[in-house]
Design a protein around this ligand. Sequence first.
Ligand code: MOS
Length: 737
Amino acid sequence: MTTTLIGKPVTRVDGRAKVTGAARYAADFNQHAQLYAVIVSATTGLGRVTALDEAPVRAMPGVVEIISHLNAPRLAYGPHKAFIDPEVGERLHVLQDAQVRFYGQPVAVVVADTLDRAERAANALRISYAAERPVVDPRDPKAQAVEPSGSRGHSHAARGDADRALADAPVKVDVTYDMARENHNPMEPHAVVAAWDGDRLTLWSKSQFVVNEQAEIAAIFGLPLQNVRVICPFIGGAFGTSLRTWPHVTLAAIAARQVGRPIKLVLNRRQMFFTTGHRPRTLQRVAIGATRDGRITSIIHEGNGETSRYEEFTEALLSATSYMYSCPNVRTSYRLTPLDIGTPNHMRGPGESSGMFALESALDELSYALGIDPIELRRRNEPTIDEGENKPFSSRSLVQCYERGAERFGWSRRTPAPRSMRDGRLLVGMGVASATYPVWYLPTSARVRLHPDGTAAVEVAASDMGPGTYTSMTQVAAETLGIPVEQVRVSIGRSDFPPAPPHGGSMTMASVGSAVRAACLAARDEVTRRAIADQRSPVFGAALEGVEWIGGNVRRLGDASAGQPYRDILASSGQPIEAHASNFRDPEAAQRYSMHSFGAVFAEVAIDPDVSTIRVRRALGAYGAGRIVNPLLASSQCTGGMIGGIGMALMEQTALDARDGRPVNAHMADYLMPVNLDIGQLEALFVDEDDPHVNALGVKGLGEIALVGMAPAIANAIHHATGKRVRHLPIRIEDVL
Ligand code: MOS
């Protein structure tokens, strides 16, 4: 595919709207006569609500209503199953009973005429509880790991006899890892404006998956699908927290119905730690056996993730282990520990980023046990096929990523011995790790309308949480139609647009992009048909296959002229053309290959030997991720993910109080995240990868892989700098003192 716009560093088409405040986020959609709702969150981690002292609060200025399990409507909570929701277990049915299942669970909603008055009233509402001690730590003696009951393929894999091969291996590592719970903490909090018109509900709601929110809310309220509309044109970051529909959306809709007015409900930062999901804490064991010349003979990877008591959340913690390296004996096993917490959910690089921290850290330990350079160790165990699936890879550029990355990063300057590199008084360490993420591709439809003035309007129910969907889809449409980007208008984020999969799992560019391309190709065919039927057109009477499309012009095959601009064809009839198409991919071709992105991540840390402050001075990610549609967006996406990885490695941890399950650092002062001063020099580079199998655009996706690999690269660099192996995250000053 030769391209003119795809692959070019087009600047964001929505950049101006975003920086001038013209872009409207969920909470910006104020409605006439709207009221404000504030959630009252449980202050006990397990038990029952025994009383609500409503009278004094009802007497406060501006208070319109207090809704709790005592007066909330009984909701249908009909069945709804979707790609992103837990496969097993019921949802949290809010305000349907007096039970408190975790700290911060919504137990009431207060509605008032202003936000200020609603907040004041919510804070004044006294609630009594019959409280019990929750179990919130997977290491608590009362916690019990269980087999996942779901069937999403995240559980077990086996080939050969890994335990015996480990026992027989001359060189081995066998270690355990503990990774902290993290919360997504995007800049924009969850927000929703809910308005009823009879039995029709409109939600302006922060969502990465508007069609799913529509379906879920319809099921909860027992409404026909078409009675619910979800609108979300812009998202201020999400990282996965808005993939699912959380209880605050239901609560806003309940409140709006109860008071008969539109309701605005915005979670405060503290509430963002309660009911909007989190990266689950994981406990893992990795054991690797190898021959003395560095051939891996056994990999055992056991993982344990936390989930809630009322839903089962699973993630792909161990999936990468079966295909990363060549090894005849592999065993993975996945267990879950239900706790008295809210349900976790996907957070950037879900599963792979946690599992690969353990695997890639252990591999680094093995490289030291063997005395082999960690990149060389990976090269010696590079597989020719996906040995887990027993299929060829559609493409795999891991070795090229290591080669290009190592050269660019200056890996050859590294001296392998721990504590052997210094810069002045600082200890310097360099570490590497592999990254990977599957290529997801789900059915998507898109609609394109070509107007006689030469402009094109694209509609699809996709989202843009930051990667630049508006821009990349504009590029695909403009490229396919042969018109300038200025003439394309992309509209997304509405449930009444053609359906798109979740804006997550790094699948938007591949899935939605392919659908936009298909719709534009269908529109081209429509234009061509119209021209063929038009006596004034130079292609009048030609066969459809006898007409070619050059830029925005149609001409007969073999005709050397510039052809007829398609806008002239439309202008002559004055009628727009509309086309609708889906992102078809041959399912058999898709089954033949194992499809993943790969990357090599390099990090350099500098550690003060006296006070042990850790700084990531440089990091480089080299990725093989198929066609890069926009290097500007791609680089921004990847450095953003790498910063997430720095947070994972060194800072982020949601700490729960064992007595009541309270997240003790549920605010931005104590939930540490990297800021500009924490970031040194970051670079993402992309190796050329032409993959004809993944999809029509040759795109693999980038959002998740950019976080995978960063934390182990940093942990490995810390070991190189200090000689200390830290097997938990985050790694803090006290771990390397
Ligand atoms: Mo990303 S965790 O798939 O939003």
